[in-house]
Design a protein around this ligand. Structure first.
Ligand code: SF4
Length: 623
């Protein structure tokens, strides 16, 4: 088996049992790694009882998976998955950093974590030395402090285990902040100071298992590849191509800030009440001038270096450190909250990172609460005195902290926008639900579809198996570069999306096949492999449970807000056209082999070798 270490680490936190699992090469070839393999493992182990498994209970499985391209393809990522406490389905959520490479060099393709520890725990991996350590002393710490302590402890531990090695490069660490510890459904799995696997809410899954952190260091080589010479020359070619991507290298995704808001009318402004703004001071060049203290920073082996270090250097917000902030955070804890200063935005980005909360889902729930406040549906008293006016940075930071620690109204909002809206609608009337801008419990990414000038179409979020996730959208034709069938490839291989979408597609296939020796064709991916992964994700989304179950078709919807005409900007008056949306949705169902309600047809599932999924899905839907 080429490109794989050939074994997975299995950790049961209830029994403290540490073991290993092997998967047949045939399974790896079918599901590749990352998101694809997560879908299979989760289905295989809990598919039959999916609707009864609480994502925040010990029966859920937390998966940290590499892919065959991890360590070879420029830029490092790891895919985090499990039953999502946001959608009750499966989300493949990837985070940048060295974790995947270190894990592979330690001899593992991934980690499968079950059970629930009795006390705060830290999983420490150094090659085959695997240990569960007490993490009581770091439980309760915020992100940067957790990370600093773990780096120091990790290096000391490595020296203790192998004193003759000399100075170790820092181990790689995934961890949670207070949000994860308190099972906030928008909690992220964090890496370094600012990286996050945010979609899915897997920080809360780690918290429910009392797993504060995982440290890994591998001292071995990466697994052998099928064609070493071919892979070496592809690495050179890919790096050459990526280095040409000056826009990303110089500005990161933050370059989209003013552009999306101004040119394409697709940026959330004040909880999506608007999607257009003309605040030139909020362009990426002002971030460069005012908050960037380091202009080029990249993940392991990545020539794109899209990251930047941002920090206000004077004024009351001085010292708050974040990355870039990238476009999603510029929007979600910026324009979406009526915050239009690089300093305020950097500060709020640093707070979501430190509290271990997804910037997108966290910014979405804050915007939702602020709109309720604007409309008098949430009062200052209910917010314990917080004046949640648009643009009030301190107020949003205070509410965010309440969410992370589940205090007062923060406890309701910690359930995420949709669940909070359901609860508040009981007290205040159904009107509240229409301000929740989400799909299947997951916040819509910061790219609106009303103007149709941005990349997501009317069905993008409504039909995606990952809900509102803007990195994985439903798109026609199915083999388009923006389609989630393509993104499932990146999430399964596991590579950085930014490093893939600008490359000629053939390069990625070539890379995959020279590493694995498998000869996977484009046709096989789009005709069979990606549909297999997506149909498992679709089936579990429809099975859902235990607290929420999505209705076929009825919940394949845009947020109500997207049917309201845009109130400003050159695209003023545009809204999602319901008739066009419904036609497109039907076309998508048909292209995916789903029936008129969006339920995968028996023949589709059987053709993909998913007979078991077919049977269980039909049994569950009949109940
Ligand atoms: S493109 Fe950016 S996010 Fe992706 S691996 Fe490179 S530095 Fe990291």
């Amino acid at each position: 088996m080429k490109g794989y270490a050939g074994r997975f680490l299995e950790v049961d936190l209830t029994s403290n049992n540490i073991g290993e699992a092997k998967l047949p090469e045939e399974t790896l070839r079918r599901y590749v790694g990352g998101r694809g393999l997560a879908s299979w493992i989760l289905w295989d182990r809990i598919g039959e009882k999916w609707d009864s498994v609480d994502p925040l209970g010990p029966e859920n499985i937390l998966l940290l998976l590499t892919g065959p391209l991890t360590g070879y393809f420029p830029g490092g990522r790891i895919c985090v998955s499990g039953k999502s406490p946001q959608s009750n389905g499966i989300v493949g959520s990837t985070v940048a950093g060295e974790f995947g490479v270190e894990l592979k060099c330690a001899g593992y393709d991934g980690i499968i974590i079950t059970g629930e520890a009795e006390k705060p725990t830290h999983l420490f991996i150094f090659d085959s030395h695997v240990e569960l350590k007490d993490a009581s002393h770091i439980w309760g710490l915020e992100g940067k402090e957790t990370f600093k302590r773990l780096v120091k402890e990790g290096r000391e531990e490595l020296k203790r285990i192998n004193p003759r090695f000399g100075e170790w490069k820092d181990p790689s660490i995934l961890y949670i902040g207070p949000g994860g510890e308190n099972k906030v459904r928008m909690a992220a799995v964090m890496a370094k100071w600012t990286h996050a696997a945010g979609y899915g809410g897997y920080g809360a899954v780690m918290g429910s298992k009392k797993l504060k952190a995982i440290t890994v260091k591998g001292s071995g080589p990466l697994p052998e590849v099928a064609d070493m010479r071919g892979v070496s020359s592809l690495i050179e070619e890919v790096c050459r191509e990526l280095y040409r991507n000056e826009l990303f290298r110089r500005w990161g995704t933050g370059h989209g800030g003013y552009y999306y808001g101004n040119q394409t009318s697709s940026e959330p402004v004040r909880n999506w009440q608007e999607e257009w703004h003309d605040v030139k001071d909020y362009g990426v060049d002002r971030f460069d001038e005012r908050v960037w203290v380091k202009r080029f920073w990249g993940d392991y082996g990545c020539p794109t270096t899209c990251l930047k270090v941002a920090m206000p250097t004077s004024g009351p917000l001085k010292g708050a450190v974040s990355d870039n902030p990238d476009y999603e955070l510029q929007a979600y804890v910026g324009t979406n909250l009526g915050v239009f200063t690089p300093e305020g935005n950097t500060y709020l980005s640093a707070r979501v990172d430190d509290l271990g909360i997804c910037g997108i889902n966290g910014g979405n729930v804050l915007g939702f609460a602020a709109e309720l406040y604007q409309r008098g549906l949430l009062t200052k008293e209910e917010l314990d005195g917080i004046d949640l006016k648009w643009g009030n940075v301190e107020a949003f930071a205070e509410l965010l902290e309440k969410i992370a620690y589940r205090r007062g109204m923060g406890d309701v909002l910690a359930e995420g926008t949709y669940r909070a809206a359901l609860r508040l609608s009981k007290e205040k009337g159904d009107e509240v639900l229409k301000y929740a801008v989400q799909s299947k419990g997951i916040a819509i990414g910061a790219h609106g579809n009303r103007s149709t000038l941005d990349y997501p179409s009317y069905i993008a979020y409504a039909c995606s198996v990952q809900g509102g996730d803007h990195t994985s959208i439903a798109h026609l034709p199915l083999d388009h570069g923006d389609s989630e069938l393509t993104i499932a490839l990146y999430d399964s291989a596991v590579i950085c999306w930014f490093n893939a979408w600008t490359l000629p597609e053939d390069l990625i296939w070539d890379f995959m096949n020279k590493v694995t020796g498998w000869d996977i064709s484009r046709e096989e991916w789009y005709g069979e492999m990606a549909p297999r992964i997506l149909n498992i994700q679709r089936a579990v989304l429809l099975i859902g449970g235990p607290d929420l179950r999505w209705k076929p078709k009825e919940n394949d919807e845009n947020p109500a807000r997207f049917y309201e005409p845009l109130p400003s900007g050159p695209k003023k008056g545009r809204a999602v056209d319901r008739k066009e949306f419904e036609e497109m949705r039907m076309e998508y169902y048909s292209a995916m082999g789903w029936d008129e309600n969006g339920i995968p047809r028996g023949e589709t599932l059987r053709k993909l070798g998913l007979e078991g999924v077919d049977k269980i899905l039909r049994d569950k839907l009949a109940r």
